[in-house]
Design a protein around this ligand. Structure first.
Ligand SMILES: C[S@@+](CC[C@H](N)C(=O)[O-])C[C@H]1O[C@@H](n2cnc3c(N)ncnc32)[C@H](O)[C@@H]1O
Length: 239
């Protein structure tokens, strides 16, 4: 079904998809470098926030190279995960990693977070890391996640956020806005792609407004936790 997007939004989504395809090769390395190796621990914290018991079906949206899908499997060895992304190029790297680690309980699928190809209430939980800043319609993405999760199941969103401490905020913007694009240029050979990161954050809501947006689209008991000196937020809402 075609997405109800304006031409400018459609074009922006295409640009985002192409960008992640371009940086796939060095994507994991850049994550480790940018976060001083903390990103995998944050993903495990996001997985734990799902609060699942026993066998469960989980959707990891915008899975990229699959690290959050793998973290969910690590935390819940009985879970089955559908790992979905709209970039087939980056998804292929996830498939390669899954084969290398003999991971057979992750199913890989190409699909758009704004029009999920699933009926209502088929998952016990949904995770996503670094998706929300990239979507052209934040509310629609959140509504779709809520729709496909069973009532009472959790949706966990991990995303970079705006640090609140004034001094750290200044330092963060120097690092994120100036240094990260240079590292991206040197390591991934794509300064422009990593200049997009601070740009995407600059128009993204802070943690508390995001909590209110999640409530407004119908999630219950929305709360968040800040990590990484306040630069990373994990929001949890009940569908
Ligand atoms: C920064 S990467 C995050 C990858 C992974 N979740 C992680 O923890 O590293 C963002 C991913 O979101 C995907 N993405 C962006 N918009 C999307 C959409 N509308 N539907 C599905 N995937 C999307 C991109 O293709 C990219 O792989």
């Amino acid at each position: 079904m075609p997405l109800p997007l304006a031409p400018a939004e459609h074009e922006r989504a295409q640009r985002v998809r192409a960008l992640f395809g371009r940086i796939t090769r060095r994507y994991d390395l850049m994550n480790r470098l940018m976060t001083a190796g903390r990103d995998q621990a944050w993903r495990r914290a996001a997985a734990r926030a799902l609060g699942l018991n026993g066998t469960a079906r989980v959707l990891d949206l915008a899975t990229g190279t699959g690290d959050l899908a793998f973290a969910v499997r690590e935390v819940y060895p009985q879970a089955h995960v559908v790992a979905m992304d709209f970039s087939e190029v980056i998804l292929r790297e996830g498939v390669r990693k899954a084969r290398a680690r003999c991971e057979h309980h992750v199913a890989w699928a190409v699909g758009d977070a704004l029009a999920l190809p699933f009926p209502d209430g088929v998952f016990d939980g949904c995770t996503n890391a670094f998706l929300l800043r990239n979507v052209v319609n934040l509310e629609l993405a959140l509504r779709e996640m809520r729709r496909v999760v069973k009532p009472g199941g959790r949706v966990v969103c991990m995303e970079i956020t705006h640090p609140q401490t004034p001094i750290f905020r200044e330092l963060f913007w120097v690092y994120f806005g100036r240094i990260v694009p240079l590292i991206g240029g040197a390591v991934a050979g794509d300064l422009q792609a990593y200049a997009y990161l601070p740009h995407s954050l600059s128009r993204f809501p802070a943690a508390e407004p995001l909590r209110r947006i999640m409530l407004a689209v119908g999630f219950r008991e929305v709360h968040y936790r800040l990590l990484g000196l306040g630069a990373m937020a994990i929001h949890v809402g009940i569908a």
